[in-house]
Unconditional design. Structure first.
Length: 148
């Protein structure tokens, strides 16, 4: 953090402005978190006020619905503490990277015994389409199970 503070001493004050904005948003986030149950408050990632609207950023749709439930109380409490008037509360979900959203899934195959039983109880030469389909399924499962 000291490297960042050193850069504030340069003539270009835009970094100082950004630093003050971050501090204001952190202060507001802490105020919002103090108004919420602990488990919910942890999911307030960032907060800011824009055009008399409090914007709360959270990490998922599930938590966003919880914030909406508390929005009126947050608005009323902050109007007593913050200069200005907050007319509305918006909840926004921070986008996560695709890599975080993808959960690798692996197929779960039945045991070889179950595949064998499926194969033995169904005749591929019968006229029944269901029996033929189940026999084909057993062959496919057997092939994939051997490859994995």
């Amino acid at each position: 953090m000291s490297d960042f503070k050193d850069s504030l001493s340069y003539a270009n004050r835009s970094i100082a402005y950004l630093f003050s904005q971050v501090n204001q948003q952190n202060k507001l986030r802490k105020q919002v978190q103090a108004l919420l149950p602990l488990a919910l408050g942890k999911h307030a990632q960032s907060c800011r006020i824009k055009n008399e609207t409090l914007i709360i950023y959270t990490d998922s749709a599930a938590w966003a619905s919880q914030f909406r439930f508390h929005a009126k109380n947050i608005q009323q409490a902050l109007n007593l503490r913050v200069k200005g008037n907050i007319n509305s509360v918006q909840i926004k979900i921070l986008a996560t990277t695709v890599k975080q959203q993808i959960i690798p899934r692996h197929p779960k195959y039945p045991s070889f015994e179950n595949i064998k039983q499926l194969k033995q109880t169904n005749n591929p030469d019968s006229g029944d389409k269901l029996e033929q389909a189940l026999f084909k399924l057993s062959e496919t499962l057997e092939k994939h199970k051997k490859n994995n």
